[in-house]
Design a protein around this ligand. Structure first.
Ligand code: NOJ
Ligand code: CA
Length: 593
């Protein structure tokens, strides 16, 4: 760790170690880079305009070339698709739009043959309203065991016409829908924290536990390496379902003073009696045991919008899940104190429970990070962007997005990439509102544009119909014509392209064992620049991100730039000087004699 620092000429440099290299067992998930495939939008194998499993299998070699360790697939189960498959009607079958179980088995076998592990999505907070359990619950009537699998309650007020409490759906509108009883009368209400097509299960019911243990085994037996657990912080509700006056936002909007606070809080935590109840942990202990029956270090990753980070760390205690997405990092502002604060707090807190930190910048629920970073206030968690909204600066966003990715990929721990980020893909911020499919758009009465802009199908070939996404040119969301520049075939083997930058970073990350490495903050690298630098050493590599507006020049001897997020000025790209221009990340080591 000292060798790179001793190559620097700045005498006042100091290092503060906040995380030691992982010396224990080498479970793959501690340091893996995992690529999120959003099946609808990855690759369309049959030309109907919707991505599918054969399409994924055919493109797996792209991911091997990129250099990731594993893939996570968003839901591909039978579903009426009111929430893009997060409304599951059959947990043990593939939706015909995506293929068949045989296709899934073939994909799994091919991924494993290529050395890629496979994580699938598990949606345990709610089923689809087309799930046989929910249909049975409606048919069986109040007080039945069938209703006891969900959260049915009588309404309040005269004739029970008011919802049982004031909870709001995370997508907007009430979190309760009234049903018509089998005799035709207006009846009970059921809870749905999301769309009305997604009734919440009652996790106080042992039958629900038994069913999900069985679903886990169904997929473990087929060979999956793990599960991403949807809404992991929502399964247990506070007894009595007390009123909660604030909106039931899945994520609290960032507010003044949260970003960059000492405890790493960024506003990424959901508040209220429906989130992060202590009882959820019993479920994950149960599942930990199920996974432990299988060989090969199978893993659970929590999608839990929880703050402070000490609460998130509870999900990755040794007898619970293996990973939890770090949304505090994802929603951090693009400032040095905010980034340093959240990184330190994440590593220190997770070290306390012996878990790695799971870094992430983009997924299918948030504005893609190059676009977030191109906004007037870069970072945070903006709502979906559409025509008439202030538009991000695409070039600046790409420039910063690349720097953010290179920063993330140098951090010790595991990291998730969202499909298309290896191409530098921005959000589609001018999608026609008539095309929008996210229930957020209509449930919020057109006040929140929702998530379609980050779900647009990938561009593979610049000159092919639908940029090579489908052979027919069909695409379930229209791709912007300007996306030719991001197509994979315009970037492969092109020095300096975003794809080649990711590929180089993943290769170096592996070579220098950064994922299982250490983190020591470096201060005093350049006079007067401390507020604008995020600088650390991980093993032999010095990583510097300049979030300020002036270039910073590192001086020393034998400096070698391993990778940088942008071209560096000639004469200052190694040797005695390395310039780090604004919004650029560099990885530097000492050149060996
Ligand atoms: C989180 C998923 O990532 C999101 O896409 C979905 O809408 C909600 N959970 C509800 O399942
Ligand atoms: Ca298709």
């Amino acid at each position: 760790m000292t060798s790179i620092l001793s190559a620097l000429a700045q005498p006042s440099t100091t290092t503060t170690l906040v995380h030691r290299a992982h010396a224990g067992s080498a479970q793959w998930w501690r340091s893996a880079v995992i690529y999120q495939v959003y099946p609808r939008s990855f690759a369309d194998g049959n030309g109907d305009g919707i991505g599918d499993i054969p399409g994924i299998t055919a493109r797996l070699k792209h991911l091997v070339r990129l250099g990731v360790d594993a893939i996570w697939l968003s839901p591909f189960y039978r579903s009426p698709h009111h929430d893009a498959g997060y409304d599951v009607a059959d947990y043990r079958d593939i939706d015909p739009v995506f293929g068949t179980l045989a296709d899934a088995d073939a994909m799994l076998a091919e991924a494993h043959r290529l050395g890629l592990r496979v994580i699938v999505d598990l949606v345990p907070n709610h089923t689809s309203f087309e799930h046989p359990w929910f249909k049975a619950a409606l048919a069986a009537g109040p007080g039945s065991p069938e209703r006891a699998r969900y959260i049915f309650r009588d309404g309040k007020g005269p004739e029970g016409a008011q919802p049982p409490n004031d909870w709001r759906s995370a997508f907007g509108g009430s979190a309760w829908t009234r049903v018509t009883e089998p005799d035709g009368a207006a009846g009970q209400w059921y809870l749905h924290l999301f769309d009305e097509s997604q009734p919440d299960l009652d996790w106080t019911n042992p039958e629900v536990h038994e069913e999900f243990r069985s679903v886990l085994r169904f997929w473990l037996d087929r060979g999956v390496d793990g599960f991403r657990v949807d809404v992991a912080h929502g399964l247990v509700k506070e007894p009595g379902l007390p009123d909660f006056p604030a909106p039931t936002a899945a994520v609290t909007p960032p507010h003044e003073g949260t970003h960059g606070s000492e405890d790493g809080a960024t506003g990424a935590g959901s508040l209220g009696p429906m989130w992060d109840q202590d009882g959820v942990h019993d479920i994950y202990r149960e599942w930990h045991q199920v996974l432990a029956e299988y060989d090969g270090d199978r893993a659970l990753v929590a999608e839990a919008w929880v703050e402070p980070l000490t609460r998130l760390a509870l999900y990755v205690r040794p007898d619970e899940m293996q990973q939890a997405f770090n949304f505090s990092f994802l929603t951090s502002l693009w400032t040095a104190p905010a980034l340093r604060g959240v990184i330190t707090e994440s590593l220190v807190t997770n070290d306390g429970v012996g878990a790695p930190t799971t870094w992430v910048l983009s997924n299918h629920d948030v504005v893609r990070h190059p676009s977030r970073l191109g906004l007037a206030v870069p970072g945070g968690k903006p709502e979906g962007i559409g025509v008439g909204d202030p538009q991000p600066d695409e070039e600046l966003g790409l420039h910063r997005g690349r720097a953010a990715s290179l920063l993330m990929l140098a951090l010790p721990g595991s990291a998730y990439l969202y499909q298309g980020e290896e191409l530098g893909l921005p959000e589609h911020t001018t999608l026609d509102d008539d095309e929008r499919q996210d229930p957020t758009w209509w449930r919020s009465e057109h006040t929140s544009r929702g998530r379609d802009g980050c779900r647009v199908p990938l561009p593979w070939e610049a000159d092919a119909p639908a940029f090579g996404f489908s052979s027919t040119g069909r695409s379930w969301l229209t791709q912007p014509s300007s996306w030719a520049r991001y197509a994979l075939d315009r970037q492969r083997c092109v020095p300096g392209s975003t794809f080649e930058m990711y590929r180089a970073a993943l290769c170096l990350r592996r070579e220098y064992h950064l994922g299982s490495g250490s983190l020591g903050w470096v201060d005093g690298l350049a006079d007067g620049a401390s507020d604008s630098l995020v600088a650390f050493v991980n093993r032999e590599v010095l990583v510097v991100t300049n979030v300020g507006s002036e270039a910073v020049v590192l001086k020393g001897t034998d400096l070698e730039v391993l990778v940088s997020s942008a071209d560096l000025p000639e004469g200052q790209a190694g040797g005695a000087e390395v310039a780090v221009p604004p919004d650029v990340t560099v990885w530097v080591r000492r050149r060996e004699a």
